[in-house]
Ligand binder design. Structure first.
Ligand SMILES: [Zn+2]
Length: 471
């Protein structure tokens, strides 16, 4: 059923490009891979933003959809730790502690169509329609209202590519990315026509997946899959252009671009090295395990003083905060300072690993701040700060330059708006400067090993930083 649409009503359309750095979008636009985006950038304002802390999709998108800090909305990462059992858990949409802006719009009588929004699983009632993005386990629980499910199934809609197969079959991943984007574009057309929306949004997840598994294909023109990767970006450009055209169709009175928004949640960079923080904490005497072959922080011993969660989140095992906490709350500040300083002196191959260490107070503001990590470390470009505990990953052997376990990530997401005049770059993160608690590395090492007693093996990435996002 088609709804009558009031052509005088102000509408907003947002396109999210997951994991697309500001610089990459500018480059692809400049190289004519994305001519529609290039034209849109030319008439609007594209700016760098700071990513969330930590700079991962679930946190960034939760900040976006609520306008709140993690200590307000309660999503601190893809995983969280139980204060009683130390078991890891995966926060879902039901953990989001504050309303989304489309909840607020709904209360004001405005309708939204939100397609493939990360961190909204399971889908719940909104004024309009919601299709959850990753992490979403079943399509049946990802669609609200449920009436839209048969139509999505008919069009072969899929929430995400098959990431299990992605590494072993990169060409299959590219086929999967194409098919997923095609079905996503069909869903866009479907909801555009069937929902009487005031706010319309779609997020493209494939860009993040492409970067995670095939960053070289995007970043290196000599990569054998570079053309395929650019073909994918051309299809993304078509989708952005189609939405732009649709928004302007039949609305000649509007200022061009009014109500159009293009944004990403974090960036990407080439992976050089995974940094296994729990291995470093163990070797530095802050953490021990009860098992020979630990698989998670649930296996730590009661005398553990600090442990890490992905990515770069360090919790002090404080008495009162955790059931087996052994650190007196009065001693926690000094331990935190010590950890921050030692993190700040980590090096690998003569390069400083940590760009900045944020304290809880610097990173988080809100009623749930006590649940946040005590420290959030941000790596320099090329270093991925892992929180794994697996013993097979605690090897000190380093293999820089091997196939990354993930592509890279995270500083400099971007936003393109037409809400106001273009402004100066707002990326004020001092990536090269250590934070107030991190001391500058003093190098006397090199040779491809983390110094300051650490760990590592495979290669990775993850950069990013900033305070919270949106700024
Ligand atoms: Zn993302």
């Amino acid at each position: 059923m088609l709804f009558f649409r009031d052509r005088r009503k102000r509408r907003v359309c947002a396109v999210g490009l997951d994991g697309v750095p500001h610089g990459l979008l500018q480059r692809l636009a400049g190289e004519s891979v994305m001519p529609r985006v290039a034209a849109i950038i030319g008439s609007g304002g594209l700016r760098e933003m700071r990513a969330s802390l930590p700079p991962v999709s679930s946190v960034s998108w939760s900040c976006f959809m609520t306008g709140a800090n993690p200590a307000e909305h309660g999503i601190f990462g893809f995983t969280d730790v139980s204060a009683d059992s130390y078991q890891l858990r995966f926060p879902t949409f039901t953990d989001l502690a504050v309303p989304t802006f489309w909840d607020t719009l709904g209360k004001q009588g405005r309708r939204s169509a939100v397609i493939n929004q990360p961190a909204t699983y399971p889908a719940r009632d909104i004024a309009g329609a919601l299709v959850s993005g990753f992490v979403a386990l079943q399509l049946e629980k990802s669609v609200w209202p449920r009436d839209h499910l048969p139509a999505l199934e008919r069009m072969g809609y899929r929430i995400d590519v098959n990431t299990q197969k992605a590494r072993e079959d990169p060409d299959g991943l590219l086929d999967d990315l194409d098919a997923t984007l095609k079905a996503r574009a069909e869903a866009v057309r479907y909801f555009w026509e069937r929902e009487a929306w005031d706010y319309f949004q779609v997020v493209v997840t494939g860009t993040d997946r492409l970067h995670h598994f095939l960053w070289s294909a995007v970043d290196d023109a000599d990569d054998p899959r570079h053309d395929r990767a650019m073909t994918y970006y051309r299809a993304v450009d078509d989708l952005v252009g189609d939405l732009w055209d649709r928004l302007h169709q039949g609305r000649p009175g509007d200022r061009e671009g009014e109500g159009f928004l293009l944004l990403s949640d974090h960036g990407f960079t080439r992976l050089q090295q995974d940094v296994r923080l729990n291995s470093w904490l163990r070797e530095s005497g802050y953490l021990s395990y009860e098992k020979e072959d630990p698989t998670s922080v649930a296996d730590i011993s009661p005398d553990t003083r600090a442990f890490a969660l992905d990515p770069g989140r360090i919790h002090i095992n404080t008495r009162g905060r955790f059931s087996q906490g052994c650190v007196d709350p009065d001693d926690a500040p000094a331990l935190r300072q010590e950890l921050a300083e030692r993190l700040g002196s980590l090096e690998f191959g003569g390069r400083p690993v940590i760009a900045r260490v944020f304290t809880r107070e610097e990173a988080f503001h809100g009623p749930k701040a006590t649940l946040a990590a005590d420290l959030v470390a941000i790596g320099h470009d090329g270093f991925d700060l892992k929180g794994t505990s697996s013993v097979s990953l605690t090897s000190r052997e380093c293999t820089p330059g091997t196939t990354p376990s993930c592509g890279a990530s995270c500083r400099c997401p971007m936003i393109l708006t037409y809400q106001s005049q273009p402004e100066q770059s707002s990326n004020g993160f001092p990536a090269e400067a250590p934070g107030p608690l991190a001391s500058r590395p003093q190098s006397d090492h090199g040779g491809g090993r983390l110094t300051c007693g650490s760990t590592t093996s495979a290669a990775s990435r993850r950069r990013s930083p900033g305070a919270s996002w949106p700024p």
